[in-house]
Design a protein around this ligand. Structure first.
Ligand code: FUB
Length: 342
């Protein structure tokens, strides 16, 4: 069921494998696709990758993005529109650089763009910008969200109308440098450096009625194994790294995320938006490129995984977003997707 866009010759990965899906756009490089369906149309809020001068490093210094451009389409497989710049780092008073993975929300006719960026101290914070249009232009608040830190915000609105932000990422995402409530620039470069102890988890905080501030201090979205024990820092095939995404399926809360250095997209299921979430398995096997970051959305009764790889450039810093259909088993587990055709 992969969406195949017309190609003169079928592209293949450097190792000869055939891609499951083709890039949605090739005019610009895009990654970290947060997709939403609003008024029957699909909007994708991706990172806008650029080829900056920084050398590749373990903290993602080579992801030097400076603005956001939104993609839209009427239907999966249809024409994709690349909209003009929706927000530039120069328009964000508190931000200096690295406009990483964003997300968006919609309430009462206003669209909210949530985005991480580094401030002038080198600490990641999460900002918010608003627009009357889903594709912008957006106007940024002068300050980041109070009490926000780290990266990869994603906002989930529950059936009761309450909205929650999930966020965080280890290594370059700095979650491990924010364990005391203040950013520690001299903290660990990677994680807690305690493989036998519970791993860091994504954070979750309910948003207040303005959609622009936390209504509460962010909590840990705990991820446990089948025995109810927290996943450990050394469990790198399963522990949280970055790219948290929440969706609801048949009344259950599905927290999916990237395992970073082991390159899987995995998921855990809970009974509350706060968790705990029990690890269930993989959503997506490793793609071409280092990072893997996604969203899961329903459109007209079918479920779709938006993800990204480095097919067009062959470089981790220049990625392209893709989409493929996602299927559930009868017991609610997700059928693992291979981004390459066997
Ligand atoms: O795109 C920059 C960063 O790389 C994102 O914030 C992470 O999720 C990873 O994809």
């Amino acid at each position: 069921p992969a969406i195949v866009y017309a190609q003169a010759e079928e592209p293949r990965a450097p190792d000869g494998r055939r891609y499951l899906s083709q890039p949605l756009v090739s005019e610009i490089y895009t990654a970290d696709p947060s997709a939403h369906v609003w008024n029957g149309k699909i909007y994708i809020y991706p990172s806008h990758d650029i080829d900056g001068p920084a050398a590749e490093d373990d903290l993602g210094g080579h992801f030097e993005m400076r603005d956001y451009r939104i993609l839209s389409m009427d239907r999966i497989g249809g024409k994709v529109t690349v909209h003009p710049v929706a927000l530039d780092v120069k328009q964000v008073p508190w931000a200096e650089k690295q406009m990483w993975a964003p997300d968006a929300a919609h309430r009462n006719g206003t669209y909210y763009l949530y985005f991480p960026a580094k401030d002038r101290q080198g600490a990641f914070r999460i900002g918010v910008a608003t627009s009357k249009s889903p594709v912008g232009p957006f106007k940024a608040n002068p300050q980041p969200i109070k009490g926000s830190f780290s990266i990869d915000p994603s906002v989930f609105t529950d059936d009761d109308g309450k909205s929650y932000m999930y966020f965080g990422g280890i290594w370059g995402g700095q979650l491990q440098r924010n364990t005391t409530g203040n950013y520690d620039p001299n903290g660990s470069k990677t994680d807690l450096e305690a493989p036998e102890k519970p791993a860091l988890t994504p954070k979750v905080a309910r948003l207040d009625g303005t959609m622009m501030e936390f209504a509460e201090t962010p909590r840990d979205a705990l991820i446990v194994d089948e025995a109810g024990k927290p996943l450990l820092g050394g469990d790198t095939d399963r522990r949280f790294f970055e790219a948290a995404w929440m969706h609801k399926y048949k009344g259950k809360y599905y927290l999916s995320y990237s395992t970073g250095d082991t390159h899987y997209l995995v998921y855990a299921i809970g009974d509350s938006p706060y968790g705990p979430f029990t690890y269930k398995g993989r959503v997506l096997e490793p793609v071409q490129g280092w990072t893997t970051h996604h969203s899961i959305v329903e459109k007209d009764g079918r479920w779709w995984l938006f993800y990204a790889d480095s097919q067009l450039s062959g470089q981790t810093r220049l990625r392209n977003v893709k989409v493929t259909e996602l299927f559930y088993n009868a017991d609610g587990t997700i059928r693992t997707i291979d981004p390459f055709v066997k």
